[in-house]
Design a protein around this ligand. Structure first.
Ligand code: DLL
Length: 435
């Protein structure tokens, strides 16, 4: 399956007409099939017939993660289970998991959306792909698997973990494509260095990374360390998994599969829609899903959207790399800070490794941020004086760029647990009621 030129390059007016038609269909579908949505529409005094243009999406009620938890496992499913051919789920860190059921058509559409992502990364039938996303309930493994299978690539489904074996298989099979989270890509690169394997000289030439926030600086770090191009995948279980948005060879923003997902950006406090270009919370309405459509789903992901002629004639609206999640935003000395801003600054310091953790504590009434980052071994081993010097340098850099005072702890190699999936970057030690 190649890319979908018809939709990916569709003139915007025609695309928006298509979106409107699908939005009306989806609203009618959820209103008829899902009591939860019927009730929400009724409470808001709106029916599917009130949707006359795309902006009318703003009249529809929003859906949040708790709605999915409250209706666990299949309360938001619009079809009987016998029409569901797959169920994925995401564990989340608190509470019940949320489910992602698919009809046969949903699955085919998801595969097609993923093929666009993989094609845009320059991957073709001849390629040998090592898929190190977790296989199972997580949408990453199977989502990528089914698409490369549809594209007739050679797929090696290693799943995540057993890092030494990942490296040995990369060597033995000569895979030239790697799929995993960006933090796992770093773990693989580091382990290869320890195994004295020159990963840059292996045939791997491109990776498709996603499932967690990572900065442009982190992308460059991975590209340099592995000698590859690092492309991106974005998505969430609630909408299908990966396949919602992806970048192309120009690595200039992620194209949103707009024939399937209608994107809005809203002010996370007032929930008012924001114009293109402004930073806010990303909201999605699925346009073609049948088993579990989503109406104005609040992703909590912060980004901005823009539209301009794209790579190879693509017309889809683009989103910036995710800056962070609104629930990961820290308020330090009155300044809003995303972990990604700290990541970008740490990666500018040559004496440290790209392995860090942010610890948030309460000190009196104020939040206190402790930045733990691994020093390069020669720096860490040079003794206390050198360590204090680097800690001071990092703190001053952060103060200079973000205006906040943080405590920096240079820690030794391997102090920070290595990730095989989504990295844990923030440890919140504040009492729950004070967060
Ligand atoms: O992480 C789906 C996925 C799998 C995407 C493989 C890409 C690759 P969930 O586990 O439900 O689904 O987590 C969704 O992960 O709301 C974002 O906060 C974050 N996320 C996903 N992709 C990116 C990305 C999968 N490229 C949540 N950049 C989303 C930043 C991302 N954050």
């Amino acid at each position: 399956m190649p890319w979908n030129e018809e939709f990916e390059c569709m003139p915007v007016g025609k695309l928006q007409k298509f979106q409107l038609e699908k939005l009306k269909e989806t609203a009618a579908w959820v209103y008829a099939k899902i009591p939860f949505y019927k009730q929400k529409f009724d409470e808001q005094g709106i029916t599917p017939d009130d949707i006359k243009n795309l902006e009318d999406v703003a009249k529809l009620p929003m859906t949040v993660k708790n709605d999915l938890r409250d209706n666990y496992p299949f309360g938001l499913c619009a079809v009987p289970l016998k029409e569901v051919v797959r169920v994925h789920a995401s564990s989340g860190t608190t509470g019940k998991p949320i489910t992602g059921p698919y009809t046969k058509e949903d699955l085919a559409q998801w595969t097609e959306c993923m093929c666009r992502n993989i094609w845009a990364a320059g991957i073709r039938k001849e390629d040998v792909v090592q898929n190190a996303y977790g296989h199972g309930l997580f949408t990453g493994g199977l989502g990528f698997h089914q698409a490369v299978t549809a594209m007739d690539c050679t797929v090696v489904p290693t799943s995540a973990g057993m890092t030494e074996r990942q490296i040995t298989l990369l060597q033995d099979f000569g895979s030239n494509v790697l799929f995993c989270t960006p933090s796992y890509a770093l773990t693989i690169a580091e382990r290869a260095e320890e195994m004295k394997v020159d990963i840059r000289s292996l045939p791997v030439r491109v990776g498709v990374f996603g499932a967690e926030p990572w900065t442009v600086q982190m992308r460059q770090e991975i590209e340099e360390r592995m000698g590859i191009k690092a492309q991106e995948a974005y998505g969430l279980t609630e909408l299908c998994g990966p396949g919602v948005a992806y970048d192309a060879a120009d690595q200039n923003g992620l194209y949103i599969n707009e024939d399937h997902f209608l994107a809005e950006v809203v002010d996370p406090q007032t929930l008012e829609p924001l114009p293109l270009g402004e930073k806010g919370e990303l909201i999605f309405t699925s346009l073609q899903r049948r088993a579990m459509p989503m109406i104005r789903y609040r992703t909590k992901d912060i980004t901005r959207l823009w539209r301009e002629p794209g790579h190879n004639g693509r017309t889809f609206v683009r989103m910036d790399k995710i800056y962070g999640r609104s629930d990961d935003m820290l308020i330090i000395s009155g300044v809003n800070v995303f972990p990604s801003q700290i990541e970008a600054l740490l990666l500018e310091i040559e004496e440290v490794e790209p392995q860090y953790r942010l610890i948030v504590r309460k000190k009196g009434y104020l939040d206190q941020l402790i930045v733990q980052v691994e020093g390069k071994s020669e720096v860490y081993e040079a003794g206390d004086k050198r360590r204090y010097e680097i800690e001071g340098k990092i703190a001053a850099h952060i103060k200079g760029m973000l205006g906040i005072s943080v405590e920096v702890e240079l820690v030794e190699a391997k102090f920070i647990a290595r990730s095989e999936g989504k990295a844990l970057r923030v440890v919140d030690e504040r009492p729950k009621q004070l967060r």
